[in-house]
Design a binder for this molecule. Structure first.
Ligand code: FES
Length: 136
């Protein structure tokens, strides 16, 4: 993972009351995406990059949870992650963690904190496959 890129500026995310329990919100920052989930009156946020292949977890906007709505699930190969720790508890990357996004809270408003490392931009498998086809 490329940890050489720093997010330099703080960015407003949302108010706690913008989300219901276990509702998610997405945000794009410099080709990367992150998502946050409200649980037990606080937000947990992760960069949207599966530790298995470095691709986005979701295939539809704001859809990050399993059928029970209790765990984060990768749509590609079904890996399941704890909401509060980002730990993968089942799937091809079991034991790995989602990369946490550091948040700052002030009066119920959440901000993506400045001066934190960002992951490499997500791998675009479709674009890679098309380029490989052109080369062959
Ligand atoms: S890419 Fe997420 S489980 Fe394979």
């Amino acid at each position: 993972m490329d940890k050489g890129t720093l997010l330099e500026q703080e960015i407003a995310l949302c108010q706690l009351d913008d989300l219901q329990e276990m509702q998610t919100i997405e945000l794009s920052i410099e080709e990367r995406k992150l998502f946050a989930i409200r649980r037990d009156n606080q937000l947990y946020a992760y960069w949207n990059s599966c530790p298995h292949l470095g691709i986005p977890l979701n295939w539809m906007p704001d859809k990050f949870l399993d059928l029970d709505g209790s765990l984060i699930q990768c749509s590609s190969h079904g890996a399941l992650f704890q909401v509060d720790s980002g730990e993968c508890i089942a799937g091809p990357c079991a034991g790995d963690h989602l990369m946490q996004v550091e948040l700052r809270v002030e009066d119920g408003s959440y901000y993506v904190a400045a001066n934190q490392p960002m992951p490499a931009p997500p791998i675009n498998l479709r674009a890679q496959a098309l380029a490989d086809l052109e080369d062959s």
